[in-house]
Write a protein that binds this ligand. Structure first.
Ligand SMILES: Nc1ncnc2c1ncn2[C@@H]1O[C@H](COP(=O)(O)OP(=O)(O)OP(=O)(O)O)[C@@H](O)[C@H]1O
Length: 240
């Protein structure tokens, strides 16, 4: 069992040719907490998350997970160590049913176990998915798709969960439900969550701490209650 010291990022840089998307980001996600990564469109939030899960290479800096340097590990190896990434933009197999999408996520890490019990737990958590288990994911509402994405990302009980803009395009009532679920995952399972959001107010309601990215750099950080109480901050950087 590794030491549970959290996710630490030090001096991280991501470049796309001449574009410096992430410039020297240092932050720590404390075990069992939610950390919000805030910032406007193009601030570098998605690039930071992709560098953490290994989908884009870090051009400089270091990422450690429970004390182990994972900076150069391939994505599947990071997943094996308990890191799961739910990408922005409803990445589902749209022609496949809800249940087939869950099965693909389950089979991705072929560990045996009882898929049926896991799928039934998903339908318990999100009862509105139960009658839609044979519905193609592309025919679901945006909120229902987000429920499938979250369920797929959590299917192997990751210790670390990266969520990219889970509120994107959803009605306020659904956003509340989704964020209530995210909060309960952290509280009940002890999952450490990193949450990217443009809409700061939503993320700071569930987060313990947060930081603000601007043009790839951290310009502010601290406890979520402090960030939420700072009107200048929301006016200056965050929008929404
Ligand atoms: N594959 C890519 N190739 C080139 N430039 C990219 C690529 N992906 C992102 N960028 C650029 O990197 C910068 C940061 O983008 P990123 O998507 O990380 O920001 P973001 O804060 O997540 O914004 P959004 O909310 O729009 O996703 C932007 O200038 C963007 O245009």
């Amino acid at each position: 069992m590794p030491d549970i010291t959290g996710l630490e990022i030090h001096g991280l840089e991501v470049r796309y040719g001449p574009v410096e998307a992430v410039r020297g980001v240092t932050l720590r996600a404390e075990p069992g907490t939610i950390t919000a990564i805030l910032g406007a469109n193009g601030a570098g939030k998605s690039s930071l998350m992709k560098a953490i899960s290994g989908l884009v290479p870090a051009t400089a800096g270091r990422i450690t997970l429970d004390g182990d340097d994972i900076t150069r590990l391939p994505p599947h190896e990071r997943a094996r160590r308990g890191l799961s990434h739910a990408l922005e933009g409803r990445r589902l197999f749209h022609r496949m049913t809800v249940e087939e999408n869950l099965k693909v996520a389950w089979d991705f890490r072929n560990r045996g176990g009882n898929f049926r019990a896991v799928a039934d737990r998903v339908y318990e958590q999100f009862p509105m998915l139960a009658p839609r288990r044979q519905t193609p994911a592309g025919m679901l509402s945006g909120g229902q798709q987000q429920m499938v994405i979250l369920s797929a990302a959590l299917i192997h009980e990751p210790r670390y969960l990266l969520l990219d803009e889970p509120s994107l395009g959803l009605a306020p009532v659904i956003v509340q439900q989704i964020f209530g679920f995210i909060e309960s995952v952290c509280r009940e399972r002890g999952t450490t969550i990193l949450l990217c959001e443009q809409v700061a107010a939503i993320a700071l309601r569930v987060a313990h701490s947060g930081c603000v990215l601007r043009r790839g750099q951290v310009v502010r950080g601290g406890p979520a209650v402090e960030l939420a109480a700072d009107p200048a901050l929301s006016a200056a950087y965050l929008g929404g």
